[in-house]
Design a protein around this ligand. Structure first.
Ligand code: F6P
Length: 320
């Protein structure tokens, strides 16, 4: 029986567990012997690999994070460690891999393929939603709902205490989480790396509102702007309303996967197993304009992430 191993790698994201479950179950139904690699690339090097018995993936669909755990491994960049990882797979008869993670993990598996010809299929999973070629990455919907709940709570206290709140959200260099949050939470200000901002114009826009009875403000700032502290002080000093900064941090990565993340995980998983079963070698599963498909890793890793033009249009007025 051919071995097919599943791993999660890079920043954890909700939806990873449902993707693991469906990959295991669908691979088994096609006649593969499924394996689980624990601790990501590090576990592949250290041989932390176990056969996936049916009970290994039962009762995990609702759990956040990843039961396989994850890591970012520097050792995997060195050939000798990749060779060690290959020997571990070979010993167990594993000839195909599914990696659930971000583009850094896909690139690492691509190097591995070029060394040892072990085909892999990538399932995009990162709350940042910054993988080129796919409109959706697992974990994004859960993260957005987590952020929404927190911003709704912050608005309660902002309104009650007549304050401004600057809320910094994750996303690395990508403003997707911040822009979507700003639109869906009715924020007054949104600063993201993709948009030039103009504090003078923001001041001119909001001052009359504050003078006419507005008693609170919500500003959403992407971590990639590195503006949280500065904007908080600027609002406090320039707009004459007491301001506080809330950095949501890693809370955004946790939580039970939403229905959308569970369903997308099941479809990505089936697409990944099918891709390997068809004999494809280095493809990433993508979801574009409502359809599932595959893209070769080079098209995913080597191009910049396009910005959603609708979100840009909606958020531009909030950045000036
Ligand atoms: O890529 C996911 C992400 O959560 C980013 O949004 C954030 O910048 C980064 O990972 C945080 O990394 P770490 O968990 O290593 O602090």
């Amino acid at each position: 029986m051919e071995g097919l191993a599943i791993m999660t790698s890079g920043g954890d994201a909700a939806g990873m567990n449902p993707a693991v479950k469906y990959s295991v179950e669908y691979a088994r139904s096609l006649g593969y012997k499924p394996y689980l690699i624990y601790d990501g690339l590090r576990g592949m090097i250290d041989g932390n690999i176990k056969e996936a018995k049916p009970d290994a993936v039962s009762g995990i669909i609702h759990r956040g994070g990843t039961i396989l755990r994850s890591s970012r491994s520097k050792r995997f960049f060195e050939y000798d460690y990749r060779k060690q990882a290959y020997d571990n797979l070979k010993k167990l008869g594993i000839t195909k891999l599914i990696v659930i993670g971000g583009d850094g993990s896909f690139r690492a598996l691509n190097d591995f393929y070029h060394d040892f010809k072990v085909p892999f299929a990538g399932i995009p999973a990162t709350i940042d939603n910054d993988i080129n070629g796919t409109d959706y990455c697992l974990g994004v919907d859960t993260a957005l709902n987590m952020i929404r709940g927190n911003v709704d709570s912050i608005r309660d206290t902002a309104n009650s205490f007549s304050r401004a709140f600057v809320v910094e959200v994750m996303g690395r260099d990508c403003g997707y989480l911040a822009m979507t949050t700003a639109v869906t939470s009715g924020a007054e200000i949104c600063l993201v790396p993709e948009l030039e901002y103009d504090l003078d114009r923001i001041g001119n826009r909001l001052r009359p509102e504050l003078e006419n009875g507005r008693n609170f403000l919500i500003a959403i700032v992407a971590e990639g702007c590195n503006m949280g502290d500065y904007l908080t002080r600027w609002i406090n000093d320039t707009l004459n309303i007491e301001a506080r900064l809330t950095i949501l941090g890693h809370i955004q990565r946790g939580g039970s996967p939403t229905v959308r993340d569970r369903l997308m995980a099941s479809k990505f998983a089936v697409a990944a197993v099918d891709s390997l079963h068809r004999g494809e070698t280095c493809n990433i599963m993508v979801y574009r304009s409502g359809d599932f498909g595959t893209l070769p890793i080079n098209r995913v890793a080597d191009s910049p992430t396009p910005v959603d033009p609708d979100l840009i249009r909606l958020c531009k007025p909030l950045s000036r």
